[in-house]
Design a protein around this ligand. Structure first.
Ligand SMILES: *Cc1c(COP(=O)(O)O)cnc(C)c1O
Length: 223
């Protein structure tokens, strides 16, 4: 299947209430243009340099999402245009995003990345750690140039469907809990970013509002 056919077929299987982030990392700008020409506008990248070179050459009405681990010294490059940062995994990066948003004269929407997988290698706040931090400080006052838009998580890379389901469910439960306790009067806190090529149907069943899908659209990545 071509990229055009893949993205059209995929969109037919995803409920309208769920947004599709087409993860284009490691694929050339021409592949993104093909998905764009099929009507798609939301793309996700995980490296700042790669995102910048694509941003330069591609249409300006693309909504760029940043989904990878973000380094503090690179936030300034994406601050003027990034639509959503999915991967806030520490207070220090949050602080830097707030600062660069102020300098860029805008508010930057972010998701808090939660560590739900068993693998040690994945970034994110532990749920207890995040709650301790939220309890001790009013984040909306502390980071006025950031919009808290919800949570993001990645399930363990495994064939064990029960485990993946349990991880997505724990993230959905945490979302409801944090929404009720800390963001109840905040209409912006509404997104639950979970689900990739291999597990997005499970994630949607558990309440995902944003799926991040790469290889199912663009084919396997050559690193
Ligand atoms: C690469 C990546 C994806 C997409 O993975 P696929 O398995 O190709 O769909 C989704 N989310 C994050 C955070 C990623 O880094």
């Amino acid at each position: 299947m071509s990229i055009r056919e893949s993205i059209i077929a995929l969109k037919e299987t995803i409920p309208q209430s769920v947004s599709l982030v087409a993860v284009s990392k490691f694929h050339p700008a021409s592949d993104i243009q093909e998905a764009y020409d099929a009507g798609h506008r939301i793309f996700g990248e995980s490296r700042v340099q790669e995102l910048m070179s694509k941003y330069e050459v591609l249409p300006k009405d693309i909504e760029w999402h940043f989904i990878g681990h973000l380094q503090g010294n690179k936030v300034k490059y994406i601050a003027p245009f990034i639509h959503l940062i999915h991967s806030v995994d520490s207070l220090s990066i949050l602080k830097e995003i707030d600062k660069q948003a102020r300098l860029a004269g805008r508010k930057i929407p972010v998701l808090l990345q939660i560590h739900i997988a068993q693998e040690e290698t994945k970034y994110g706040f532990a749920p207890d750690e995040l709650e301790d931090l939220l309890r001790t400080q009013d984040w909306k006052t502390a980071y006025p140039n950031v919009t808290f838009a919800g949570l993001m998580g990645m399930a363990t890379f495994t064939d064990d469907v029960a485990q993946i389901n349990a991880e997505f469910e724990s993230l959905a439960t945490l979302f409801t809990h944090l929404k009720t306790k800390y963001f109840h009067d905040d209409a912006d806190f509404k997104e639950l970013s979970m689900g990739m090529s291999d597990d997005y149907p499970l994630a949607i069943e558990k309440g995902s509002t944003l799926v991040r899908i790469g290889s199912k659209i663009f084919g396997v990545r050559e690193y």
